[in-house]
Design a protein around this ligand. Structure first.
Ligand SMILES: Cc1cc2nc3c(=O)[nH]c(=O)nc-3n(C[C@H](O)[C@H](O)[C@H](O)COP(=O)(O)O)c2cc1C
Length: 162
């Protein structure tokens, strides 16, 4: 059995080949909305309904989620690539000019394929990231195709594709 760590480049390469959804995690900084693009999101538990999101230790959103204790998760739809790129940069102005609604006190993006409002259940250390475990308090789906990320490119899901 191999016990040594693989080279970082090979690890990154394997992870780049994993197709993921693309979401924007949001929270409030006082009256200002803040959001961050994430691919490291999955469901965790059905009873109670829970999800997990992995956030870089240096993420400003993580600091705000720690303070606010709640976060929203917008599962982006195909066609929302520009939002994914915009929310993948740094800055307090990411929401400037971007439409959003106040839903359960959290910033929700119109047109997203899915919406989850969460209370922070636990923040678990994981290497250079922190895993936010969220208890889902509201959930809604829009019947539109999802935005996906694979080999550093945006795309969507095609059923039965060969
Ligand atoms: C497709 C894509 C997926 C990303 N997934 C994550 C992720 O899962 N976790 C994370 O912490 N950062 C992820 N990032 C990077 C963050 O969006 C980026 O570092 C952002 O600037 C952090 O902003 P903040 O400091 O305001 O939270 C991703 C970026 C892209 C383009």
């Amino acid at each position: 059995m191999e016990t040594t760590s693989p080279p970082a480049a090979e690890f990154r390469d394997v992870m780049a080949g994993v197709c993921t959804p693309v979401s924007v995690v949001t929270t409030m900084d006082g009256r200002r909305p803040h959001g961050t693009t994430v691919s490291a999101f999955t469901s965790l538990s059905m009873e109670p309904p829970m999800i997990l999101v992995a956030l870089d230790r240096g993420s400003e959103l993580l600091a705000l989620v720690r303070a606010h204790g709640r976060f929203g998760l917008n599962v982006l739809a195909s066609g929302q690539e520009a939002l994914a790129t915009r929310f993948a940069r740094k800055g307090a102005d990411k929401f400037d000019g971007v439409p959003w609604l106040d839903s359960h006190g959290l910033p929700r993006m119109p047109g997203a394929a899915g919406w989850l409002a969460c209370e922070v259940h636990e923040l678990v250390e994981g290497g250079d990231h922190v895993v936010a475990l969220g208890l889902v308090t509201a959930a809604e789906r829009l019947a539109v195709p999802p935005l996906t990320y694979h080999s550093r490119e945006f795309g969507t899901h095609v059923a039965g594709a060969r």
